[in-house]
Design a protein around this ligand. Structure first.
Ligand code: BG6
Ligand code: MG
Length: 220
């Protein structure tokens, strides 16, 4: 349903997730966690990985360890998280602007052209590195620093923080997410949610698109 105003949108800001929305780092997180899980004999597949998307590093590790054949000391847990992160950082080290997902840059440009504010809400502590490798950090009016966030998605904190930084009321924000936890965070922040991926996974989203190529600001 499109609106009649000249900008063709009722929103004042769009807040994007990064991993799996702007670029396919969700797959790199998957590969790195799979290696961790395999090394400790914990079952791991794409379906289980859906539960990790949008969840911060230690939260993801806890979900994996809950299925492991033995328990791990705090020291061992920190070592596992650190090894995963080093592997992940190796995987993202060769990224270039060509790793933007199809439609992502066009979406950022469309939001900018409509005169809206643009935020980034990723719980990844590697988000600034990824944005720099993609060459798009300056396209965002605000990038929330994950190190300042106490509650990972599905808690709405990171989306509320982004809206506050942008000076826009949550009800005037559109959030874009590929993770079920992220969509829940957007909805619980009182925003409209567009999910990128499968409607079966992202059932709380107001609208689901298969890829960012279908992103349409005037569709709400
Ligand atoms: C999220 C990803 O964006 O960032 C999760 O969806 C990841 O898979 C989380 O675990 C934390 O990332 P990092 O880079 O801080 O380990
Ligand atoms: Mg994501």
């Amino acid at each position: 349903m499109s609106t009649n105003n000249s900008n063709h949108t009722r929103f004042k800001a769009v807040i994007f997730d990064l991993d799996g929305v702007i670029t396919d780092t969700a797959h790199y997180h998957y590969l790195a966690w799979k290696r961790t899980a395999d090394s400790i004999g914990a079952p791991f597949d794409e379906a289980f990985n859906e539960q990790l998307k949008g969840v911060d590093r230690m939260g993801s590790l806890r979900l994996i360890l809950a299925r492991a054949p033995r328990s791990f000391s705090e020291e061992e847990q920190l070592a596992l998280a650190d090894a995963k992160n080093r592997h992940y950082q190796e995987l993202i080290a060769t990224m270039t602007p060509r790793d933007l997902l199809p439609g992502a840059l066009e979406a950022l440009e469309a939001v900018r052209a409509a005169g809206l504010r643009i935020g980034l809400a990723s719980v990844s502590k590697n988000a600034f590195t990824v944005l720099d490798r993609l060459g798009i950090r300056d396209r965002f009016d605000d990038v929330v620093d994950a190190a300042t966030i106490r509650n990972s998605k599905p808690h709405p904190e990171i989306f509320l923080t982004a809206a506050e930084h942008l000076g826009v009321a949550p009800a005037d924000c559109l959030g874009v997410e590929d993770a079920a936890a992220g969509v829940a965070a957007i909805k619980d922040a009182g925003m409209v949610a567009v999910g990128v991926g499968s409607p079966d996974v992202l059932h709380r989203a107001d609208r689901v698109i298969r890829s960012m190529e279908e992103f349409d600001l005037s569709a709400y």
